[in-house]
Design a protein around this ligand. Structure first.
Ligand SMILES: Cc1cc2nc3c(=O)[nH]c(=O)nc-3n(C[C@H](O)[C@H](O)[C@H](O)COP(=O)(O)O)c2cc1C
Length: 381
């Protein structure tokens, strides 16, 4: 997999080297082409040092680079894209290497604009963006916030992690296209008063990895996210919840697949007090617990295929899996409690309905999610 990264002369181009590091960390090769404007902001040497090979900018240096450079790439990403470059592309001007490459392109192009809010809202730029979209160019819109010029508004380069996901989206297979996927993620928090709660160490990374990978593969994803679940791309429909009751109530509709990864706190408090009663007040009375709703058991019927998750400690993984199958799961992933919460890598066992299992040892949760989605996708074709 290879991406051609174009950089144009925006103040936010100092962020592009960091984006390139993230892209390369996903084992994606890059070629880099700078516009004349970009060279005023970040020097070629910085980019060359980063990728250990030549970075291009001069149209005349290598006469056929405007054709050859792009042909081996799967995607062109221009990050950041200036107002000027957008306008140049729309009118077909080709006065530097990067604009020539895009005129002569065969691959898809993703433009990531960043500019002052008034530039972004300028009628000429709005029209050029709208025309380019009609011609098949993809855009990732800027974010709102404080801008380098000191003003506030729309125009900031999106968060680099979100840009990375957008790039991966353009590169991924779409084997889950037209499939709807529900994912529950993270812990739940059960409050005893307005400031104290009961929970568990889940970070939401497992659920996030499934939601993200299903989205990358083209699925229509709904993520029911407990507290702390990582930020997800705009393309994922997300409902943030706190308690197990809220999580249950927010799950509606019907889905082709349901990944019930959330570490739902098994019990909650029978009563909740207002405010922050003193410690002494709490010690004057007994505290009673009640069972939290079992989300998989109550909701499995709305999903065509149900993937249950279980964390066990004393039991065997097989017994842990059997319990989840009884609740209505079609597949079960078991985690030993000693190696799951808060870790990037995990050990899991994946069981199908015949109780045959596959072990994944020390596997990154992102890679695990992709592998499991591939297995489940193939089994249901
Ligand atoms: C300090 C400074 C910051 C700039 N930041 C931006 C920016 O964020 N977005 C933008 O569209 N143009 C910005 N510009 C204007 C572009 O650099 C200018 O339009 C240039 O011609 C772009 O050339 P290029 O598109 O070939 O890179 C900035 C200019 C200066 C001097």
């Amino acid at each position: 997999m290879k991406v051609l990264i174009g950089v144009t002369g925006s103040i936010s181009s100092y962020k592009t080297p960091d984006l390139i590091r993230k892209i390369r960390a996903k084992n994606i090769d890059v070629e880099i082409v700078l516009s004349r404007g970009a060279e005023k902001f970040v020097g070629k040497t910085s980019f060359e040092g980063l990728i250990g090979k030549k970075v291009y900018s001069d149209l005349w240096e290598d006469p056929m680079s405007h054709i050859h450079l792009e042909r081996s790439c799967d995607l062109i990403v221009v990050c950041p894209t200036t107002a000027h470059f957008i306008s140049k592309l729309n009118s077909g001007l080709a006065d530097d290497l990067l604009s020539n490459i895009i005129l002569a392109k065969k691959s898809k192009v993703l433009l990531i604009p960043s500019m002052n809010t008034n530039m972004w809202n300028n009628a000429a730029i709005r029209k050029n963006i709208s025309d380019l979209k009609k011609r098949g160019f993809s855009f990732m819109d800027p974010e709102e916030g404080s801008l380098a010029c000191g003003e506030e508004g729309l125009g900031r380069l999106p968060d680099l992690e979100m840009i990375l996901y957008e790039i991966l989206f353009h590169l991924s297979d779409k084997s889950f296209e037209k499939k709807s996927v529900l994912v529950t993620a993270g812990p739940t928090q059960e409050f005893i008063d307005d400031v104290r709660f009961f929970s568990n160490p889940s970070t939401g990374n497992m659920g996030f990895s499934f939601a993200l990978n299903a989205w990358l593969k083209g699925a229509d994803v709904t993520l029911i996210a407990g507290p702390g679940t990582p930020r997800s791309p705009e393309g994922i429909r997300r409902i943030d919840v706190t308690s197990s009751e809220e999580m249950k109530d927010s799950i509606e509709g019907s889905y082709d697949y349901g990944f019930f990864t959330a570490a739902v706190t098994d019990f909650s408090f029978r009563t909740r007090k207002e405010g922050k009663p003193s410690k002494d007040d709490w010690f004057k009375e007994d505290v009673y617990l009640k069972k939290s709703p079992d989300i998989l058991e109550t909701k499995y019927k709305i999903c065509g295929k149900v993937i249950g998750f279980s964390v066990y400690s004393e039991d065997s993984s097989l017994n842990a899996a059997k319990k989840v199958f009884k609740k209505g799961a079609d597949y079960v992933i078991t985690n030993n409690s000693s190696n799951c919460f808060g870790k990037k890598d995990t050990d899991v066992e994946f069981f199908d309905a015949s109780l045959s299992s596959t072990e994944f040892k020390n596997v990154d949760k992102m890679i695990l999610a992709e592998k499991i989605l591939n297995i489940i996708g193939d089994k249901n074709d």
